[in-house]
Each structure stands twice: as C-alpha cells, then as structure tokens.
Write a protein that binds this ligand. Structure first.
Ligand SMILES: [Zn+2]
Length: 358
C-alpha cells in the first residue's frame, strides 16, 4: 500500500482523495477527460487491499480508515445487510431510485471479448495491426494517424453482432418497474440499448456506436448510417467534407460525454447502488461508487471484491455477491420472485436463451 504524506498525518491514497478532495468540493471526476485522469492517478481512487499490497496491509492500516471503523463506519454491532434484505427492499419498492454501474463483466456472457484479460482479450487480438501499444487503438492522435485498427474493432463490436444477456434484461426489468434511476455503463457494445433500456436511462460513460460525428466538420450521424461501410471494412467518410466519421466512442484524450455529469444529480438521490461486472479500475468511472450517500445500500455482483467494497472500506450496508455475474444476478432474481417476468422479457427481446441456461 502506498501512502501519501500530508502535513498532518499519513493516510492512504483513497482516504486522501475522500477526505481532502471531496470535502473541498473538488470531485475527482469533475472536468477531467480520461487522459487527464490517468495523470491524476496519485490522487485517484485506490482500494485499501491493492494487489501487491496484501502483505503490508495486514500490518499497516490507514489511520483514517481505522477511525472510520471505530466510529460506526465499519462493521460494528450493526446488522450486516444480506442479498435477501436487498431483494426484499427492491420487491417492496423501498428502493425506487436504483443506480446501476456496470462494466465488461456483464458483456462477456454475451460472448464479447474482455478488453483487458491477457490471452482472450481484445487488445491481444489486435497485434496484427502493428499497434505501437495496445491502448493506442483508443488514442485520438493515433486514430488521426491510422484509423484502421479502430474500425477493425468497430466491425467486431458493432451493435447487432451480439445479443444482450440476463444481466441486461434484469436492468431493463428494473426500468419497466419504474425503479431504475439510471444505468452507468463502461461498455461500448450497445447491449443495454438492445435490451430495451431507453437511451435517456443510460449514461454510456465511454461512449456509443449508436451515434457518430465527422472529425472535420463535426456533422452528426446515426450509427446505422455507418454500418455498411464498417461491415465492408471501409473507413466511413462524411459526404459533406470527406472527413472521417468517427463513432462517438470516448477516446483517451477526449472529453467525457456530457451525460456523464448526470452523476452529480443522480448519485446524491440514489437509494440503492448496484455495481456489477467491473474491476472499478478505470477513472473517473471508478470513483462514482463512492459518490452515493453513506446510508445508501450498495450491492456488488462481481467476480472479486473491488473498489470501496475491498477490505477496509466497506460499510455495514454493503453486500457482495461474489462469483459469476450471471449466477449472481440469477440468485437475486430468484429472491425477488421475478424469474418468470424476466424470462418473458428475454423471449420478447428475441433472446430464446432460457434463464436456466448459462
Ligand atoms: Zn464532415
């Protein structure tokens, strides 16, 4: 664990961020593009139990987190909430402003390659394009130099190639029941829209293929207008100015979409936060998990403990359902008694896969 020295005491990076930046009203996520943020790493969100820090963290405890643990912030005599409690509160409509945060882990069950897993990852499969380094595919300067690798990826990920799965339809069901406040997704595969979640209920933090913009004259296009070119392996050009038309995916070096800032009004009024299928490692998205009020229940459905759910910073009203994401959502759906409704929704959505099928 790395510690930052402040004038008064030594705290870990997470507490430094929480205590100083948030208190001064300087949200770590405000007005920063993804690129700026990568330079802000020292002030960014870091879980207490970070890889390579396990040994140290057994012996060294951040004083700020320790104090929080002593005074009600941690796991005292308060009832530790369970998945069953969360389900009960959803079913009884006690939660009516649910915010969902999701990442790649909800799309991998649809067959979409994980961007970051070595071997199976999308980056690894892009070696044929001689990228100087994998992330260059999402760098705007590299795109202006050579757009081909990005459009090869676009062809693979273009909406229509994959089907939404149970996790997407579960969120759709939350919306149908009027209990979804907003879904924040890091995914650019468009499966949320395909599952029928209306665009206004979505914050596609890293952009979308549903719309596109000319890189020269800034004219707007619908993603569908680019489909033929992209599928034929051609670079889509603007009929007006002949500039390259780029899908509205957020590249490193570009500002986040305006809707991202809905979090400023959504998170303070949320009554439940569901985080699923994300490593919470990409800023500024990751910091959002800490932006709900302290009294708000947070449910993590994920392979591992991540972000604020990791050791040392979880709250008594945090619930972690660890393991396969689809199985976790399925368990919640069964506790809710929504299995049949969800199945009907999936069938209507053209997805014949049964809820009982992985
Ligand atoms: Zn143009």
């Amino acid at each position: 664990m790395l510690y930052l020295k402040t004038s008064m005491l030594t705290v870990c990076r997470r507490c430094f961020t929480d205590k100083l930046l948030w208190r001064r009203g300087l949200s770590t996520t405000q007005n920063l593009s993804r690129t700026n943020f990568s330079h802000q790493n020292i002030l960014s969100h870091f879980p207490h139990a970070k890889k390579n820090a396990v040994f140290l963290s057994k012996f060294v405890y951040c004083p700020a987190a320790f104090t929080r643990g002593l005074f009600g912030g941690g796991r005292g005599s308060v009832h530790q909430q369970t998945l069953k409690d969360i389900a009960e509160n959803i079913r009884e409509c006690k939660f009516r402003r649910i915010v969902v945060m999701a990442g790649a882990g909800i799309s991998t069950p649809s067959g979409i390659p994980d961007f970051r897993s070595p071997g199976s990852g999308l980056y690894d499969n892009l070696q044929q394009y001689n990228l100087p380094y994998a992330e260059a595919i999402f760098e705007i300067n590299y795109f202006h130099h050579n757009p081909n690798p990005f459009f090869a990826l676009a062809k693979e990920l273009y909406p229509g190639n994959y089907r939404p799965n149970l996790t997407h339809y579960f969120i759709r069901l939350l919306h149908d029941k009027g209990q979804l406040l907003r879904m924040y997704t890091q995914n650019i595969d468009g499966l949320e829209r395909m599952a029928g979640i209306p665009p206004e209920m979505l914050v596609e933090a890293h952009g979308t293929f549903a719309t596109a913009t000319c890189t020269v004259c800034r004219r707007d296009y619908q993603g569908e207008e680019l489909r033929n070119d992209i599928m034929e392996g051609k670079i889509p050009k603007c009929p007006t100015c002949k500039g390259i038309v780029k899908p509205d995916i957020v590249f490193f070096g570009e500002e986040l979409p305006q809707q991202f800032f809905s979090y400023l009004t959504d998170f303070p009024v949320a009554d439940l936060l569901i985080v699923m299928g994300t490593s919470l490692e990409v800023e500024p998205f990751a910091s959002l998990a800490g932006a709900v009020r302290g009294s708000v229940s947070r449910l993590l459905i994920n392979r591992d403990l991540v972000g604020p759910f990791a050791w040392g910073s979880q709250r008594h009203n945090d619930v972690a359902e660890l393991g396969d994401v689809v199985s976790g959502v399925k368990k919640l759906v069964e506790l809710l008694g929504w299995k049949q409704e969800l199945e009907a929704l999936m069938n209507a959505g053209g997805d014949k896969a049964s809820i009982n099928k992985e």
